[in-house]
Ligand binder design. Structure first.
Ligand code: ATP
Length: 348
């Protein structure tokens, strides 16, 4: 039986010495993760920050995409930390705006992320504790402890160039994953089933697998690190990560570390039409990434830049939300920002 890749530390490098913030601006998404953020902010986050002597100002996101605007425009001149609370989508949005600032705030402000979405796959790795479902409260505690503890690391993100939903060129930073093919299709269905909570992902993956034999072909070409393009007659799944997990439990990039200066790619190299094979791959991924050794269907590799072109524009899902279309260029932004992290989070 092939062995699963071993669990790996989320970071390659040690954390800094403690340098706790004294003032912070907290942005949260009141609509993500079953609308629990306001309650978590009032009952856990703000009391713990206050107890630690950190002066906090609060802002909330008012609509989808608002996080980008807030990250770019919030007055950070008198705070030493920008705290963002929400799911991967919100964290990625605020970070995107934050990293596009030209007032020097991104270089002097440390970021603190607090998980309050559905999957919270990025923060699960940063903190080394479960961060979805019933575990969210404990994960919020762990995230605030990391902020109050004041240890940080310079971490990577990916920079994406694509076509936005409005047809214009779009550049975005992402902390988790960009996906094309089956993933965005299943996610589009999952979005219509938000009432199912975190189950919406696994349910939707199953219903989409059942439709596989009738899926339209997606011919594409993939170029890695400027190498010659690899032509594929039908792309089933393309994903590019800086972390390991997507969704709730899908460990698609088991070798990723958040500060290794590399992108982690996982993509299918041949068409996948069989329901039984797709279900098996899904189970293998959920079972801890055993697919890496158990099937030749999926190629897993590390790179600094990637270009994906498709014959017809394919939907792109970034940190859990569909925000654009191919063609896609991905480049790693190594050590793009400083993030509060625990001293030694558990491997995942
Ligand atoms: N006030 C708001 N009303 C509606 N949508 C919002 C609001 N604020 C933010 N959003 C959008 O909600 C989307 C999802 O939010 P978020 O990522 O925080 O939670 P989630 O999707 O439940 O969690 P996860 O990404 O961990 O699965 C984001 O893409 C964001 O643009």
């Amino acid at each position: 039986m092939p062995k699963a890749p071993p669990l790996l530390d989320p970071f390659k490098k040690p954390a800094s010495e403690p340098n706790p913030p004294t003032s912070a601006l907290l942005v949260y998404n009141p609509a993500g993760g079953k609308k629990r953020a306001a309650k978590l902010a009032d009952t856990i986050v703000l009391p713990l920050l206050k107890q630690a002597g950190i002066a906090v100002t609060v802002e909330t996101t008012k609509h989808a995409g608002h996080g980008v605007e807030l990250g770019r425009t919030l007055d950070l001149s008198s705070v030493d930390a920008l705290l963002v609370m929400g799911g991967d989508g919100t964290l990625g949005e605020v970070l995107d705006g934050f990293l596009s600032r030209d007032d020097g705030a991104a270089a002097r402000t440390t970021v603190g992320f607090i998980p309050a979405g559905t999957g919270n796959s990025y923060m699960r790795e940063v903190l080394g504790v479960p961060a979805s479902g019933a575990a969210v409260g404990a994960a919020v505690h762990a995230a605030v402890e990391a902020i109050v503890g004041g240890r940080s690391r310079a971490v990577d993100c990916q920079q994406l160039d694509m076509t936005g939903l409005d047809g214009k060129p779009l550049r975005r930073c992402s902390i988790n994953t960009v996906m094309a093919g089956f993933g965005p299709d299943a996610n589009a269905v999952a979005e219509r089933r938000r009432w199912l909570g975190s189950m919406r992902y696994s349910v939707s993956i199953k219903t989409e697998i059942l439709k596989l034999p009738w899926r339209k072909k997606l011919p594409c070409s993939l170029s890695v690190d400027g190498g010659s393009p690899q032509e594929m007659e039908d792309l089933f799944l393309f994903s590019c990560f800086v972390n390991k997990h997507t969704g709730v439990r899908h460990r698609l990039a088991p070798y990723a570390q958040l500060d290794d200066g590399l992108l982690d790619l996982a993509y299918t190299t041949r068409p996948l039409r069989s329901i039984a094979t797709a279900a098996k791959v899904d189970e293998m991924i959920k079972g801890g990434g055993k697919h890496v050794h158990a099937t030749s269907l999926l190629n897993v590799q590390q790179a600094s830049r990637v270009r994906l072109e498709t014959d017809t524009p394919a939907r792109l899902m970034v940190d859990g939300d569909i925000i654009g279309f191919t063609p896609l260029d991905v480049a790693v932004r190594a050590e793009a920002f400083r993030l509060f992290t625990p001293a030694s989070p558990a491997p995942s």
